[in-house]
Design a protein around this ligand. Structure first.
Ligand SMILES: [Zn+2]
Length: 276
């Protein structure tokens, strides 16, 4: 992973990160980006990230600029293009190129943060998750409601815990799931209004901000991976071992010398053939 100083400088300037040569590795890691289509991590390089800096009209917002960012996934099997737009204020007194604060962010492609989820996750759960992602910025309240419903559905489907209230379903997970998973669930459920309304019916719309809604969505994503994807991958690995063992056994039987039905005249049977 090699980057020219210019590339790092360009990226870190736009991200508002103070760059020092000795911090190259951590900067590069922090600027790696996960492809929303395939999950592959791609480091920022001149060949797969491109910024267009567009000047805007002087307006009641002062001097502003629009940064259009393109990310090309470096996974040869994917090569998807992600597009986003960030609207910045610029410091006109010093240099109109100097960006100061973000006024807005829009993910143009894909249109939401939703990652494709495998089909072995129940459709109803995937739909709640995808809809929550789509509306997280426009209506965090609605997104949080969908994410809470998805969470309760996952606990019921995966762990067979059937509780009317989400708070009781989560409580029943204590001691059932891995300690670090429980710690994450416990931390998210206590946040602000999510925690204040934990005992409410999941269909009650609660007033949460975008960050809180995104945390709930992130928890759903992590539990999809921790529960469904891990279980599926483990099953696939075990199936592969079982099949490999069966192939080996078939080959072994094929190589086994067949005991002659009648020993040739003048020879003496040596008994069972030895193991291969
Ligand atoms: Zn990709």
């Amino acid at each position: 992973m090699t980057h020219s100083n210019e590339e790092l400088f360009e990226c870190t300037e736009l991200a508002g990160i103070v760059w020092q040569t000795s911090q190259e590795q951590s900067v590069v890691q922090s600027l790696s980006r996960q492809c929303p289509y395939c999950g592959h991590f791609t480091a920022h390089r001149g060949t797969n990230v491109h910024f267009d800096n567009v000047s805007c009209f002087e307006s009641r917002h002062g001097t502003t600029r629009l940064i259009i960012t393109q990310h090309l996934c470096s996974n040869p099997a994917c090569q998807e293009l992600s597009l986003s737009a960030d609207w910045w204020t610029a410091d006109n007194t010093v240099n109109p190129e100097k960006l100061t604060a973000v006024l807005g962010h829009w993910s143009l492609r894909p249109s939401s943060r939703a990652r494709p989820q495998p089909e072995y996750i129940p459709l109803a759960l995937r739909q709640d998750y995808e809809e929550a992602c789509k509306i997280a910025a426009l209506s965090p309240k609605a997104a949080a409601t969908l994410a809470r419903r998805c969470l309760q559905g996952m606990i019921r489907d995966f762990h067979g815990i059937e509780k009317r209230r989400l708070v009781d379903a989560i409580e029943a997970l204590h001691g059932v799931v891995a300690p670090e998973v429980w710690a994450a669930i416990d931390a998210v459920r206590k946040i602000g209004n999510i925690g204040a309304h934990m005992e409410s019916d999941i269909n009650l719309v609660i007033d949460v901000d975008e960050d809180e809604a995104n945390l709930l969505i992130e928890l759903v994503e992590q539990l999809f991976a921790e529960w469904y994807v891990s279980r599926h991958q483990r099953a696939q690995r075990m199936k592969a071992i079982t099949e490999a063992a069966a192939v080996k056994e078939t080959a072994r039987q094929g190589q086994q010398p067949q005991a002659p039905s009648q020993p040739p005249a003048g020879t003496k049977s040596t008994g069972s053939p030895s193991e291969v």
